[in-house]
Design a protein. Sequence first.
Length: 412
Amino acid sequence: MIPKTLFSEYRGLRRENYVLFFGAIVTNLGGMVWALVTLILSRKMGMNAEQVAIVMTAFGLALLPVALLGGRMADRFDKKRNIICMDIATVVCFMICAFRPLDYLSLFIFALGALCQNAEAASYDALIADINPTADRTRAYSLRYLGVNLGSMLAPTLGGLLFEHYLWLVFFASAVSIGTSTLLIFFLVRDTSRAEEAEDMDVYQQEQDGASALSIIREHRILILYFVAIALALLSRQFYGYLIPLDLVALHGESGAVLFGTLASVNCLLCVIGTPILTKLLGRFPDVWRLIAAQALTTVCYLLFFLFRGFIPSYYAMVFFLTGGEISLMLMQQPYLTSRVPASHRGRLFGITTFIGLAVITFSLWPVGKIYDSFGSNTAWAVILIACFLSIVVSVWLAFADRKAYPDARRI
């Protein structure tokens, strides 16, 4: 009865959404290799912490142009074909990694496959926008996000079990999973035609084929404020996986790693349960106000941790608010953008959003880590909390500016 109630929120969507949902489950079930990258670099390839950081930073820098290229591809070429071609390239790369010795060439081939996976992200987001009318997009993006979390629940555990003696099988399983998802999309996603819009909801989505992405941003200057708000939201969110593990180990010793792993599992479970619930609850509010909710919940999460560090039950309360913020942010991002920009430019603007998110992640870890090492945990958390409060202020600013810039979008 409970699953039926939860999933009833997704009834009535176009058939292709359910194919993409199952594809997301299968792909992320095989995503165990992503959870093991740090261990592969350190344990299997003998890198120290500094070398691992350099490799991860280099990969983050490589992702930046890929995000923009992927957005351009989504607007210029058939989105379904983009996804299939990039998936095939990833499968080939992972298969090669599975059947050759682990060395620096294998690392390069794996990175190439990972870049191909990231290049298709804008095509996925733009395809969902195409096949769903504006009124259905929040539920459609929510359904795919739910599939990602369902698939991700077992991936780290399976990867951990196979890591020591069967690492090749981790690459092989990831390749098979992505390949299975590709076949589902190839055979079952047949209708990728753009959904018809109600006249009042189509006012901002008329195609402008001759315009560049920069000209669209100049025409809709509020998008700059949107990008700033999203950057601050992503900046605040990423430190959950960076500062909190450091503090947990400092406070609880070896038990800290176990605690963080437990919190990650609880987070994943809450995402699965909470996604359809919050989709229904927040669907009643304008999408921009979901960003305010996301940042308020994230700020409460960090305040709980900051004020009650050492008190283990508070950690699980913290994860409850973190998950709510995570889901709320997801429910805002793509629906907001797709209802306010020309359909011909969705991919490029998704690519710019991804670029900004990756840049924030790549360039913010080192300075915050330096603050943590030099001035201590309290100072680092003070910086993060200031960023959270600033994010709320910018989000409220965006909400009021949005009412003037997009008056018809308030009904979406």
